[in-house]
Design a protein around this ligand. Sequence first.
Ligand SMILES: *Cc1c(COP(=O)(O)O)cnc(C)c1O
Ligand code: SF4
Length: 320
Amino acid sequence: MNWRTVLRQNFVKFPDLAAFLELSQESLDAIDQNPRFSLNLPRRLAEKMAKNCLTDPLFLQFVPLKKELIVDPSFTLDPVKDSTFQLTDKLLKKYEGRALVIATSACAMHCRFCFRKNFDYQTEDKTFAHELDVIKNNPTIEEVILSGGDPLSLSDEVLGPLLEKLSQISHLKRIRFHSRFLMGIPERVDDGFLSLLRDYPKQIWFINHANHLNEFDDEIWKALKSIQKLGIPILNQAVLLAGVNDNHDTLKALFSSLVDNGITPYYLHQLDEVQGSSHFKVDPKEGLKLISSLMGSLSGYAVPKYVQEIPNRSSKTVVS
Ligand SMILES: *Cc1c(COP(=O)(O)O)cnc(C)c1O
Ligand code: SF4
């Protein structure tokens, strides 16, 4: 099935989801049915959730609880201060050598902990003319990161010309994708998409976002493998989330399955303190304990860097 057709089957209405997950009245009472960041959940992920289970690690990631309405003054609208690093409305440059293109505001799914959930992006213009101009005129930019939202939300008709124009900028050495799309819609990796990446003149890196092993299935691993087979390294980044993956066994299962599939765990992120996500926070002291126990049981390359985004630093900050 065409990936857009699959995407249109996402759950976006609570009654449909409640029926599918067989939610009791008590469970429904815990859900915020009118969330500011809307419900958007691929069927494939809903199918992996236990029925009527408020503690399911996928349910917690994608279904809005009333806990999102808790106001904690340290959890703000723009915790990573992205708005102060904008070169254009769709181009961020925080770090040496790298610039990040907010390729689209759309995602295959809406994650309840997302630090971008309060943003209104201006992403009507799909030619990226202004962004390409700025990149072209800044030879210090060696790597362009396609992010969002999710860059795989763009059609091949938009992504193809963008990649083509980037390939012509001689000082660019690498293109990086940051995407969570395949965890919901692996059908996105079709022949058309693969042909955009095949024989691309610059090195491509692909960073997948997944937080729990339950998000995966054989089709997803296969989609990831077909990208790797083009000589594109795949890394994974995860967010440490209370109730979802904040224990040794869950992280061990995730990281070991990733390396079994040739994917390197890159970062484990401390939660960005965005308004409405305080119930996901794990104390960094607990996070450090987890990392140290994982180092005692996994190959060195299977344990990611535990990092935090602190505004105005020259890189992500390793939690210590
Ligand atoms: C995280 C981030 C990057 C990439 O950082 P790496 O440490 O190289 O993965 C680049 N630009 C922005 C704006 C970022 O937030
Ligand atoms: S896919 Fe990524 S950008 Fe989109 S809502 Fe989830 S975490 Fe946020």
